[in-house]
Every structure is written in structure tokens, then in C-alpha cells.
Design a protein around this ligand. Structure first.
Ligand code: THU
Length: 134
């Protein structure tokens, strides 16, 4: 987990870098995510929009899907960067996807453009989330 200031600052930069390749011709609102796996690998994700707006994939889901499709499913932390005055807040769909793969106590660092940070957890972002009932 990104506990130290150095780790938190590295996470901020990785999430901000991820936003630099966002494909956002419609919203002009780049978002970046840096997902740290238990094995130390970093999966960066950006939002990828589409002319058919509903097909847009958020940065957080891009990062999770990159990791899972690379065979990695155990995660330590995620940083999410928005080009915003205050720390960004992930959408409901991304919260559900995070809850699928990440422990409830996993730290989530939400960053604004100038590095303001709000620290929360996957469980706090989506309490009582839907789970496979079968
Ligand atoms: N977006 C994300 O990538 N992550 C979020 O947590 C919130 C919203 C994207 C989707 C869309 O490309 C743009 O931000 C505006 O909604």
C-alpha cells in the first residue's frame, strides 16, 4: 500500500501520466488510474471515449481490465487522477468493478490536478456491493 509520502507522490505521478494518453475528444475530461498489483506491477489506465457515448470506458476500469487480462488479480492500491480542483470521485460502475477484484480495505487515493488527495477504501466507496449470489 502506498503508505509513505514518496509512494503517494509516485502514485500521483503514475495516475497523472496515465491521464496524458486519455482519448477524450467528446468530454475533454482526461482521467488516469494507476493500479498497483501485489507483485509490484503497475497497471495504468485512461478513459477511452466513443462517438457512441455509452461505450466509453473509464480510466479505473481500463486499469483493472488491463491487469486481469494480463493474468493479475491481486491488488494493493489504486490512485485515480482527475484534472479537477478537488480530488476526483469514481463513478458507480467503476466502484462495482473495483469491488469485484479488490479487498474492501484496499486503499484508494483520489487526486486533484494539483495533488490534493483524499484517501478512502474500496469498501467505503461502495458499501454493501453486489456479489455473486450463486
Ligand atoms: N471518467 C472516468 O474515466 N473515471 C471516473 O471515475 C469518472 C468519469 C470519464 C468518463 C468520461 O470519459 C469522462 O470521464 C467524463 O465523464
Amino acid at each position: 500500500m502506498a503508505a509513505t509520502e514518496t509512494e503517494q507522490s509516485a502514485l500521483f505521478k503514475q495516475a497523472r501520466d496515465a491521464a496524458s494518453v486519455a482519448y477524450v475528444p467528446y468530454s475533454h475530461f482526461p482521467v488516469g488510474a494507476a493500479l498497483i498489483a501485489k507483485n509490484g506491477l503497475v497497471f495504468q489506465g485512461c478513459n477511452i471515449e466513443n462517438a457512441s457515448f455509452g461505450l466509453t470506458n473509464c480510466a479505473e476500469r481500463t486499469a483493472i481490465f488491463k491487469a486481469v487480462s494480463s493474468g493479475v488479480r491481486t491488488f494493493e492500491t489504486i490512485g485515480i487522477y482527475g484534472d479537477t480542483d478537488e480530488p476526483i470521485s469514481p463513478c458507480g460502475a467503476c466502484r462495482q468493478v473495483l469491488a469485484e477484484f479488490c479487498p474492501e480495505d484496499m486503499p484508494v487515493f483520489l487526486f486533484s490536478r494539483d495533488g490534493k488527495v483524499k484517501k478512502t477504501t474500496v469498501g467505503e466507496l461502495l458499501p454493501y456491493h453486489f456479489k455473486d449470489l450463486v
